[in-house]
Design a binder for this molecule. Structure first.
Ligand code: GRG
Length: 297
């Protein structure tokens, strides 16, 4: 398959759906709030999480049009997490995707609200009539429940809390894995699971797609750690070397760059191996796993 073409097409599908669902820019009295949400939502993200959801549904031969509200919800959640992660009280970053961060442009209070707004809007999308039309009610509730778990105290938010607490502390590798799994892995895994539920996966298929999700989530975070060491601020669109500056525990800090690359590769191979029960319709998922390993931003 022509993966580059696939990725561009899927990115466009997600962009157009986001533009359709998100509140319009001319928001009257709410214009500034909507502008702040739109500023970060349309700042040039790679749209990996929604594309993973669409690709998982495709692997199950499901038509994906009605999955778009759910896919867009995942991107809204991701964007909220980045806005809040960049805040002065957290990572205090001025640059994201090559642009000034939300709080730099709109102020801290509005950036907090933009994140809150996107998180809440995500749940509007998860229960959107288009999604309700295509997903049986019990499956939709299961999907919403899994997403809420993945991004809450047992998942992304909990991981972020552990990560902040671990700054400057000597932590062991098991703790690093826990932080990465919660902070980054949980949303990536549940993105794949959302596509699986939408595509009416059998128990065996759901388990296989979940294993795939866990492994690419791991690879994604390992590569993110590596890029912080090897990438440039220009390439990454965010401040390179920030982890070392904050004395954060990372894979390269634990294992060195060479072994870290091997570990990322092993995770990608394990992800692809988890897909052995699927036919050629899972090719985008396989290619996405390789892309996560090869990405440079
Ligand atoms: C503040 C609740 C809360 C959570 C923050 C996601 C997160 C938790 C922090 C971000 C820190 C970080 C850089 C983690 C590494 C993995 C990651 C989420 C990278 C950015 O995701 P990409 O590469 O971003 O998909 P784009 O810009 O393409 O959307």
């Amino acid at each position: 398959m022509d993966f580059k073409k696939y990725l561009n097409e899927q990115c466009l599908v997600v962009e157009q759906a986001l533009a359709r669902y998100m509140l319009p820019e001319e928001g009257g009295a709410l214009a500034n709030h909507i502008k702040a949400m739109r500023y970060s939502l349309f700042a040039g993200g790679k749209r990996i999480r929604p594309i993973l959801a669409l690709a998982a549904a495709k692997a199950l031969h499901a038509p994906t049009e009605h999955l778009l509200p759910v896919a867009c919800a995942l991107e809204c959640i991701h964007t909220y997490s980045l806005i809040h992660d960049d805040l002065p009280a957290m990572d205090d970053d001025d640059l994201r995707r090559g642009k000034p961060t939300c709080h730099v442009v709109f102020g801290e209070a509005e950036a907090i609200l933009a994140g809150d707004g996107l998180l809440s809007f995500a749940f509007e999308l998860l229960s959107h009539p288009e999604a309700r039309q295509a997903i049986p009610p019990a499956d939709q509730l299961r999907l919403i429940n899994l997403i809420a778990q993945a991004i809450g105290p047992k998942g992304m938010v909990g991981g972020q809390s552990l990560d902040l607490a671990a700054e400057g502390q000597a932590i062991d590798f098991a703790h690093l894995r826990l932080i990465h799994g919660c902070k980054t892995g949980a949303l990536i895994t549940v993105s794949v699971q959302a596509g699986a539920i939408f595509g009416q996966a059998s128990e065996e298929q759901f388990a296989a797609l979940s294993r795939y999700g866990v492994q690419i989530g791991l690879a994604f975070q390992i590569i993110d750690d590596l890029l912080d060491v090897e990438g440039t601020t220009e390439n990454l669109g965010k401040t390179a070397g920030a982890d070392a500056q904050r004395h954060k525990a990372t894979y390269p800090a634990f294992f060195g760059v060479t072994k870290t690359k091997v570990m990322a590769h092993e995770a990608v191979e394990a992800a692809i191996a988890a897909l052995e029960i699927f036919d050629a319709q899972a090719e985008p998922l396989r290619a996405l796993a390789r892309y996560i390993y090869e990405r440079n931003n």
